[in-house]
Ligand binder design. Sequence first.
Ligand code: SAM
Ligand code: ZN
Length: 493
Amino acid sequence: MVRNLENRTIFTGDCLDVLRGVNSHSVDLIYLDPPFNSDRTYGNDFDDHWQLDRLPEAVMKRLLDTMGRVTQDNDGAGAVINAAGKVAGEATQAYLTYMFERLTEMARVLKPAGSIYLHCDDTEGAWLKAVMDAVFGRTWYRNEIVWQRTSAHNDAGAFGRVADYILFYSRSLINEASVAAPLKGEHVAAKYRHDDGDGRGRYRADGDLTGADVSEGESGRPWRGYDPSARGRHWAVPKARGRGEYADWIAENMILGYAKIEGVHDRLDALDAAGLIYWTRNGTPNIKRYLSASKGQVPTAIWTDIPPVNSQAAEKTGYRTQKPLKLLERIVAASSNEGDLVLDPFCGCATACVAAERLGREWVGIDQNDVALQQVKIRLAQQEPGIALWAERVEHRARPPKRTDDGDRTLPNPIPTEIKREIYAEQQGRCNAWPIGCEERPSIFNIEVNHIRPRSAGGAHERSNLQLLCGWCNRSKRDRTMEYLAQHIAERL
Ligand SMILES: C[S@@+](CC[C@H](N)C(=O)[O-])C[C@H]1O[C@@H](n2cnc3c(N)ncnc32)[C@H](O)[C@@H]1O
Ligand SMILES: [Zn+2]
């Protein structure tokens, strides 16, 4: 999609105004660390009180106005926010409304395959999760990352609150290899016990080639004298599907054309011919898993290895809510690629921007506080020379951008072929239900235009609300939601 943001820009102002000026589907990754409804004042940095009578009048009026409309805009979010008002009180309701209107814009500006990480704590974490489900769709929920931010904390009469929570939603897989830690020496020795001395290195031979339960057809029939049916099992021979699994590694490194081999016995033959099958002493064929294919140890969703920015740290800026660079680098590495655009709408002292620059991503930060602009320059200048030189090139904008994709709103019906072609290219020739399990790759003539958010639920007839689906998905979904389609696909599988 056309982008109207320039790399290395800091906007000062309310992120809602700025986000409204950003073109749809133009950002790859959003990280946000907004106010948490902590009922505190962070020195001169910012205020985090949400009782209506403590808000500046203009903010309060705008919020009241939005509160009246939430249900119309998104009935799920409206139900959650009204429930929060009853259960947790007016301040929570106001806070969630404020977050809802900003998250809705973030959902619009994010690319269909983009990712969003919402940093919060346990004050409103559970309510924010429900609002995120309503705005981004529960299907895209990936993790609640628990970041242990300190080792000890005194909370009189309760257990120490030592963690923050990061809600992660995405339609894409994380880049496992970029966040994995190398396997530890003892693990390697204990697990990868074999080596054929052929230069391929160490491997393990505990990978089963069969799965539970008997099956009809080829996968139930014996191969090289081994009969899975007799053991109540069937052949389950890995298939390369482009999802970064071991079979994809085989296809890339060991067996040319492996991805195209359809027959189960043909795949077994190919594996055997390439020396990838290990026969155990009792005559069971296993697949050899090479250490060199291992991605290493992908982090779990509990992060205890990233300490907070301490008072002696070189990266310390004095901004009270500063997050560690290492935290942001893990997120940026996991969910973006070089050249992608990273956006932080509550960027504070610009940690996410610095992390993005260090990893070769493009970035835009927004904060109502001028500190963001000062800090990003200071912090970039402290980096190694290749990065430091960009400190002088940071753009500052005090006004929101103007959308250049507004043509959006007046799309003709039916959709012109050039637009269909563009969307087809954006979806890389796939049915847009691919993240929820559709594997169809129809030709441009056999793919159909669909509204992501149904028009019956207020979805606009605009470019950012259009997708292409295979015939089956389009007929199944029609004017229902993507959540409905996801369920329908799951039932078929
Ligand atoms: C928790 S801090 C973010 C800290 C940041 N992650 C860092 O490492 O420095 C929240 C930030 O949101 C900013 N903020 C609050 N409301 C805002 C709004 N409506 N638009 C833009 N920025 C806002 C505050 O000025 C503050 O800098
Ligand atoms: Zn499909």
